[in-house]
Write a protein that binds this ligand. Structure first.
Ligand code: C2E
Ligand code: CA
Ligand code: CA
Ligand code: CA
Length: 276
């Protein structure tokens, strides 16, 4: 026991070294991934619940790692957020999405807006508006073709800054969505202050529609959102029952395995996009 303190110091020193090493290699890994195009995007279509037609799609990142194989976002996004590597990653995502929208436009497909997920620290660092503008200038796409998805976590970070950034993005002509709605804090009070267009109901609500209390809550959220002039998108619809209930509640659109998994861009194009 008398060596406890020394032992602890010895350990903490090692831990620090490990962390430093891990940090350098993760950063190098990500930088290399961007350079070598190891990242790619899949697109999950969003369906209008009344017409069952595709009206938008969400871009979701994947990492084809040279030794680890396919790495999903839940295994690297949080870590990339911790050290702001998420910003170069998102710049890459924005650029790809811009190119893709342009490509579909040139090929004569009917325009559907594509959403991009944006992390809280990207809002905070203040480069988001610039990054979006740069992408629009480079590709010449219509800003209406782009939706920014942000989570409630963003508002908790810095409300004033978030409100201001949303205002600027809306002035450019983008649409704004609140992602994973219902999983964060103070959802309702923030919802009134922010100029968002779309509310994405988190999939945890959709998965528990058999629970009567939860179902009532979902119904109320849809009504409230409509009173605030927001469009409601339900995430994670996996069954026909869930689809029917949400449609009955007046939910506008939906995303989920019941309709389609996220797809490679050429698959989305073949199966779901229509020519003008
Ligand atoms: P999210 O934005 O909530 O995206 C929806 C996630 O649910 C996606 O997982 C999608 O594949 C999955 N999903 C779709 N339909 C269903 C369904 O019917 N059932 C279930 N159980 N899941 C479904 P994915 O692609 O693994 O992404 C996970 C999270 O990683 C995303 O959650 C988002 O927060 C983050 N993410 C993904 N791509 C990006 C990105 O480019 N940038 C940032 N910052 N975050 C990203
Ligand atoms: Ca999302
Ligand atoms: Ca979500
Ligand atoms: Ca989620």
């Amino acid at each position: 026991k008398q060596f406890g303190r020394n032992n602890y110091q010895f350990c903490s020193h090692n831990v620090k070294l490990d962390k430093a090493e891990a940090f350098v290699s993760f950063e190098d890994n990500v930088q290399r991934a961007i350079r070598n195009n190891e990242f790619y995007l899949v697109y999950q279509p969003k369906f209008n619940l009344s017409t069952k037609r595709v009206e938008a799609a969400e871009a979701l990142i994947r990492w084809a790692h040279p030794t680890k194989g396919l790495v999903v976002p839940n295994d690297f996004i949080a870590r990339a957020e911790e050290n702001d590597l998420i910003i170069p990653i998102t710049q890459w995502v924005l650029e790809q999405v811009g190119k893709q929208i342009k490509e579909w436009q040139v090929a004569g497909f009917k325009d559907i807006p594509i959403s991009v997920n944006i992390s809280p620290n990207h809002f905070e660092k203040g480069t988001l508006v610039e990054d979006v503008l740069t992408m629009i200038e480079k590709t010449g796409i219509n800003p209406k073709s782009l939706i920014i998805e942000m989570t409630e976590r963003t508002m908790v970070h810095d409300v004033e800054k978030t409100i201001e950034t949303i205002k600027q993005l809306k002035e450019i002509g983008l649409k704004m969505a609140i992602d994973d709605f219902g999983t964060g804090y103070s959802s309702l009070s923030y919802l009134m202050k922010l100029q968002v267009d779309i509310l994405k109901l988190d999939k945890s609500f959709v998965q528990e529609l058999t629970d009567q209390k939860n179902a009532s809550l979902v119904h109320s959220i849809v009504s409230l959102a409509h009173h605030l002039n927001l469009c409601v998108v339900a995430e994670g619809i996996e069954t026909e029952d869930q689809y029917n209930i949400l449609k009955q509640y007046g939910c506008d659109s939906g995303q989920g395995y019941f309709f389609s998994k996220p797809l490679m861009s050429d698959q989305l194009e073949r199966v779901f996009l229509s020519k003008i």
